[in-house]
Design a protein around this ligand. Structure first.
Ligand SMILES: C[S@@+](CC[C@H](N)C(=O)[O-])C[C@H]1O[C@@H](n2cnc3c(N)ncnc32)[C@H](O)[C@@H]1O
Ligand SMILES: Nc1nc2[nH]cc(C(=O)O)c2c(=O)[nH]1
Ligand code: SF4
Ligand SMILES: [Mg+2]
Length: 242
């Protein structure tokens, strides 16, 4: 018995962020986070407001629900949260997804390590900039990225920093400088995660995207960098489960 606290299972949708942006995928979102970012767009996973949604599930139950939703129409599963890396017992799910010939993607912030992370195909580490209110533990981050750059890991790893302001931009640059060999992404911060006015939100986020692009273009230090919006926010606004 190794039950996993699941907040939501959804899809098929597209991966809206980072290195496999646009990829058709299913999502498994786990409950609980060791951080409490001021602007977290998934705060219901850790602030108590989604407590009633949490289901303790075995890996095979999760797989059944994925198949119910996605049928035979998917080959990619993204695990996000909360912080899935809090869960030692995700090994069973990751192995089952592998057996079923799924590619796996993980979203985590780089604060915790689990050995099952070595079996993930696409691993995004997203350290948190000053505007989040969180403090990066660089000992943990160094340790995690060292493991992911070793021969023990055969998947792809990338770094993704969300940027809201100047201090975040400088933090993002410092992260890229510290880990120059790792594919690096800057992502536009969504500063209005509650509005249901999609038209206003989307116009605003596109403007923020243009501002971030302009900054990167003007910065001679930034060369090997990709600048992305949250594509799902541009398509569906703040809607949950997409
Ligand atoms: C909800 S988090 C869950 C995974 C993990 N806890 C993490 O932060 O990487 C998934 C991604 O959404 C990003 N994110 C959260 N809130 C955001 C916001 N308001 N605007 C832009 N990106 C956001 C996070 O930085 C992270 O890269
Ligand atoms: N479509 C879509 N793409 C995403 N990429 C990362 C997400 C997340 O919340 O971790 C996310 C999400 O919630 N939806
Ligand atoms: S680390 Fe991720 S899930 Fe946790 S609070 Fe920050 S953005 Fe939200
Ligand atoms: Mg999200």
């Amino acid at each position: 018995m190794s039950k996993i606290p699941v907040m939501e299972i959804f899809g098929p949708t597209i991966q809206g962020e980072g290195m496999v942006i646009g990829q058709k995928t299913m999502f498994v979102r786990t409950a609980g986070c060791d951080y409490a970012c001021s602007w977290c767009d998934s705060s219901f996973t850790w602030d108590g407001s989604g407590k009633h949604l949490i289901k303790q599930m075995e890996p095979d139950e999760i797989w059944c629900q994925l198949k119910e939703l996605g049928g035979d129409g998917f080959s990619h599963v993204t695990i996000s949260g909360g912080n899935p890396a809090l869960l030692k017992n995700l090994t069973g799910l990751v192995q089952l997804l592998k057996q079923e010939n799924m590619k796996t993607c993980l979203e985590t912030q780089g604060s915790k390590w689990q050995d099952w992370m070595l079996s993930i195909n696409e691993l995004t580490i997203s350290p948190k900039p000053p505007s989040s209110g969180m403090i990066t533990n660089f000992d943990s981050l160094d340790m995690i990225l060292n493991k992911l750059m070793s021969d023990d890991f055969s998947g792809n790893v990338s770094l993704k920093v969300v940027v809201f302001n100047d201090a975040d931009f400088n933090y993002a640059k410092a992260i890229h400088r510290r880990y120059p060999g790792i594919p690096f992404y800057m992502q536009v911060g969504n500063d209005d995660t509650k509005t249901v006015n999609d038209a206003v939100l989307i116009t605003h986020l596109l403007q923020k995207y243009e501002e971030l692009i302009d900054r990167v273009i003007q910065d001679e230090e930034l060369k090997e960098i990709k600048v992305l919006p949250q594509l799902h926010a541009l398509v569906w606004g703040n809607k949950r489960g997409v």
